[in-house]
Design a protein around this ligand. Sequence first.
Ligand code: URA
Length: 268
Amino acid sequence: MIDSQKLKTLLSIYKEAGVDEVTSPVTHNRFQEIEDTLVLPLPSLEEKKVPSIAPLVSPKTAHGAASVSAQSAQNLEELKAALLAFEGCALKYTATNLVFGDGNPKARVMLIGEAPGADEDRQGLPFVGQSGQLLDKMLATIGLTREIFYITNIIPWRPPGNRQPTPAEAEACLPFVKRHIDLVSPDFLILVGGTATKTLLGGRDGIMRLRGAWKDYTSEAGKKMKVMAIFHPAYLLRSPGQKREVWLDLIKIKHSLIEAKVELRRSL
Ligand code: URA
């Protein structure tokens, strides 16, 4: 009989390591499963899901492989297939689903966030959890809905325990994000939060300084677009006092979109 204190300690160790989801009502002995697959005639990977281990890939190699793979994608389906086959980001091995993108693939407005959380990982769609719902509400106030904009993340796999992605993980996935931008080819890019801002704009300034002002951005393929950083909705949930700033940024975005004749829904 395990005493409850030991059980509590064990659960907190799991939680700190990012194991914070129950994915099966029964326990699995993975070592036994591996042994079973070794004594039976070897099935193909499609027939039997063998627990997989992330290969060790250096950040430089990962970035190089990502660049080649992303550049070869000629449309969003091919880009998604390239990401599914990509081995350079270990987060793939702890995530349930690839979270690729959502919304209008021909949008003139594209949003880029940080990385999926637990709800996004479960559903395979970006920004569907609590912070996504807040973001949708904020955007709806200026007439932007998912029929009008397109949304993705810097990292397409959930980091365990919702930790911030490391710079190496962001670097490994960056060629895919850049190709994603070129395949959607928007006129306006909105970077949601510090990680997307730092990863795509580089430089020393953080979100506090950069938010709320349009900047020029030239995509990998040479298309010129306007880019603005806004606070991440998860930050607004923690610091509701900052909602005033985001509201001012949204008004600025709305004016620019109207000026550029982007079709908007009537505000709610
Ligand atoms: N936060 C993000 O940055 N992206 C998501 O998809 C969900 C939460």
